[in-house]
Design a protein around this ligand. Structure first.
Ligand code: SAM
Ligand code: SF4
Length: 479
């Protein structure tokens, strides 16, 4: 698995685990497909962990499954359309295999609840992101001839004690969830409704998971949450608006957590995603600067370069604040690179607002961006308060403009890397050629290089000789 928060090439990827060794009983076959952000992929690993302890093994082909789960995304309308289309494939299969169980997990399940069962007749189970522990019971209910729904959102659930089985991975990089839910209420965003309130996970369980991964040969962890910078452990439960003085004294902040995870081993790379600009404080930058094994790369979604839009989006910062944070990042770590998320055509966005986004992109010099057209989502603040009034073709035109600009910025930036030597973690054999490896440098850029005598999980020095806008290619240094 790679490390972007929303990697197109991974959408719909099947989740696979090794057969448990202990079992001589007939295991039932589970197929899980995941859509959306990295949190969903990480959640599928929790689901697989729960079910492999309950008589299941995972399979790669859905045709062989007794139970099919689709872990869904609601972030934009087209994410939901894609899942609906996929369900029609499973409908075919159910005709020939009536005992097949089909379940919908994640954000779409939470958003639509039992309405899903009415709209999609073939679906047997609907489960929200906080109810995965209940899956064995829900499957039993369906086997008893009923449909099953659990969309209760929790104030405590962090799955802290569940050690996720690592699915379909390269054995080198893993995700570790550190928070669940989100309290931010950005006007465009459905996440607070589908994933509930923000909770932080007990720090020691995070460190233990990272250490365990390292001992099993993993060399990179990405700490995951909707807004990792607001991580705050004060003993469990919902994030308190006003923690007491005593609670704060004993609390663990994100900067402290990062410090703890970085100490697991100098050979374990640490990344995190996603940061919210309003919570990006200097203490985190100080810790990042202190440890060479914390990668010098920050994904800091700006959404828009216009303060008017940012205010309407309820993002809690201005253009000036954002640019000041970019300057602070460069101050603490001159070698740090950044990427971002951008939405074009949010309610009331003018040509001038859009021009501000374009100029902010140039000024910040992002090496990569995830760029989207605004898609109105039910129940959100924007849906209730504002008109989705930017015509589709303008949204699309502005989107194309930022995509073209980012392409150009990435390419220009990559050209500057030619001749430089980077430390690269070997992740997998290159998809294009069996004689090359693929890995990433500290800036999260994909680097392709000859295999030499190296193996997955090794650190290699690569001198860059060529580039495209998406990847760097190089030769082994000193060889
Ligand atoms: N929590 C992260 C954050 O605040 O940046 C990520 C949230 S979301 C999973 C990833 C991205 O999807 C957002 O940063 C935003 O750019 C985009 N997004 C969210 N809601 C959207 C909507 N209604 N229409 C278009 N893009 C949206
Ligand atoms: Fe959505 Fe904003 Fe929370 Fe990100 S921070 S998940 S965009 S509400």
């Amino acid at each position: 698995m790679t490390h972007s928060q929303h990697d197109e090439s991974l959408q719909g990827t099947a989740t696979l685990v090794d057969k448990p060794i202990h079992s001589d009983i007939q295991l039932r076959k589970l197929y899980i497909e995941s859509y959306g952000c990295a949190m969903n992929f990480a959640d599928s690993e929790i689901v697989a962990s729960i079910l492999t302890k309950n008589g299941f093994e995972t399979v790669k082909e859905f045709e062989k499954a007794d139970v099919i789960f689709v872990n869904t995304c609601s972030i934009r309308d087209n994410a939901e359309t894609r899942v609906r289309k996929r369900l029609t494939d499973f409908r075919q299969l159910k005709r020939t295999n009536p005992s097949l169980i089909v379940g919908v997990l994640g954000c779409m399940a939470e958003r639509l609840k039992s309405q899903f069962l009415e709209e999609e007749q073939l679906v047997d189970i609907v489960v929200g992101p906080d109810a995965y522990r209940d899956l064995p019971n829900l499957i039993e209910t369906v086997e008893g001839g009923q449909k099953a729904v659990n969309v209760i959102l929790s104030k405590e659930e962090t799955y802290a004690d569940i050690s996720p089985v690592r699915l379909d991975t390269n054995g080198v990089c893993a995700f570790v969830s550190i928070t669940r839910g989100c309290d931010n209420m950005c006007a465009f965003c459905v996440v607070p409704f589908t994933r509930g309130r923000e909770r932080s996970r007990e720090p020691q369980t995070i460190v233990n998971e990272a250490r365990d991964l390292f001992l099993r040969g993993y060399r990179e962890v990405t700490l995951l949450g909707q807004n990792v910078n607001s991580y705050l452990w004060t003993g469990g439960g919902l994030k308190k608006d006003n923690p007491s003085k005593e609670e704060l004294e004993n609390a663990t902040t994100f900067a402290q957590l990062l410090d703890m995870v970085a100490k697991v081993s100098p050979l374990l790379r640490v990344r995190y995603s996603t940061s919210h600009p309003k919570d990006m404080q200097n203490d985190v930058l100080e810790v990042m600067a202190k440890y060479p094994n914390i990668c010098k790369y920050i994904h800091l979604p700006v959404q828009s370069g216009s303060s008017t839009m940012l205010d309407k989006m309820n993002r809690g910062y201005t253009r000036e604040w954002y640019l000041e944070r970019v300057a602070a990042i460069k101050h603490y770590m001159p070698n740090c690179e950044m990427s971002t998320d951008i939405i074009t055509g949010f309610c009331g966005e003018t040509d001038e607002d859009h021009a501000q986004t374009v100029s902010l992109m140039k000024e910040s010099g992002f090496i990569m961006s995830y760029m989207f057209k605004y898609s109105e989502r039910p129940k959100t603040l924007a849906e209730r308060k504002f008109k989705d009034d930017v015509p589709e073709e303008i949204k699309a035109k502005r989107l194309q403009e930022v995509i073209d600009l980012q392409h150009e910025l990435s390419h220009q930036r990559n050209i500057k890397d030619i001749g430089k030597t980077f430390e690269v973690l070997v992740e997998s054999v290159s998809k294009r050629s069996a004689d090359f490896y693929s890995g990433r440098n500290t800036h999260n850029k994909v680097v392709i290089f000859p295999k030499g005598n190296y193996k997955k999980g090794d650190y290699v020095h690569v001198t860059i000789t060529e580039c495209s806008s998406a990847t760097l290619k190089g030769v082994l240094a000193n060889e």
